[in-house]
Design a protein around this ligand. Structure first.
Ligand SMILES: Cc1cc2nc3c(=O)[nH]c(=O)nc-3n(C[C@H](O)[C@H](O)[C@H](O)COP(=O)(O)O)c2cc1C
Length: 197
């Protein structure tokens, strides 16, 4: 039975549309028996620490150079690395905040990506990501609608795909959107949004 990691990042708790969308993805995969175990990582309830000088220093050390204090500083980064490592399917939800991902999700990405760990440089100078054969589902909520923005104003799906592909090896990303959440009181049909899942 496959394991899913469910990462949520909206600060709006039960009011959150992105949380409801990613929960609907988890539910559908569970109903289809594609996943049997779901590990929850709520980035709003337990926000990732921001990077600071000391932690960045630890990121660039070889494992045998890391002191006990360094291990403490790396404990969050190591925990979220292990969660991805142990998952087959990763479901991530985010609100749109100023055209980008939530600050919590950005902080999580900054803790996840590590040279020498999530990716290595190969002999020809290209990068090789360490997480192979993972499936990623992205659930994005926005107050407006993508179609109303000029072309080129999509920064969330493209950003996540670029970071994952360049620095983690995760290339199989499917995106679902709940849009127009700030336009009146929309009735959202999650089943319809997920019809192609
Ligand atoms: C600080 C902030 C910035 C926002 N920026 C945008 C934006 O750039 N584009 C947009 O369409 N909606 C924007 N919104 C609206 C949210 O994307 C919308 O409320 C969405 O439903 C949030 O996801 P959630 O329901 O999962 O919390 C913003 C909301 C907040 C609070």
């Amino acid at each position: 039975m496959k394991t899913a990691l469910h990462i949520t990042s909206s600060a709006r708790g039960a009011q959150s549309y992105s949380r409801r969308l990613s929960a609907a993805i988890i539910q559908k995969l569970t109903d289809r028996k594609e996943i049997g175990i779901v590990v929850e990582r709520d980035l709003a309830q337990s926000p990732p620490p921001f990077l600071d000088e000391n932690l960045i220093g630890e990121f660039y050390k070889y494992p045998d150079q890391v002191s006990d204090e360094g291990k403490q500083l790396l404990s969050y980064a190591n925990a979220i690395f292990d969660e991805i490592d142990q998952a087959d399917i990763i479901v991530i939800s985010t609100p749109t905040h100023n055209l980008g991902v939530s600050a919590q999700l950005k902080a999580w990405l900054d803790q996840l990506v590590r040279v020498g760990l999530t990716y290595q440089f190969t002999e020809d100078g290209s990068r090789a990501g360490c997480f192979q054969n993972k499936k990623v589902y992205l659930a994005i909520a926005s107050g407006g609608k993508q179609a109303f923005w000029p072309e080129g104003y999509e920064f969330i799906e493209s950003y996540i795909k670029a970071v994952f592909s360049a620095y983690t090896g995760m290339t199989d990303v499917s995106t679902f959107r709940v849009e127009g959440t700030a336009m009146g009181k929309p009735e959202i049909n999650y089943e319809e949004i997920l019809q192609n899942l």
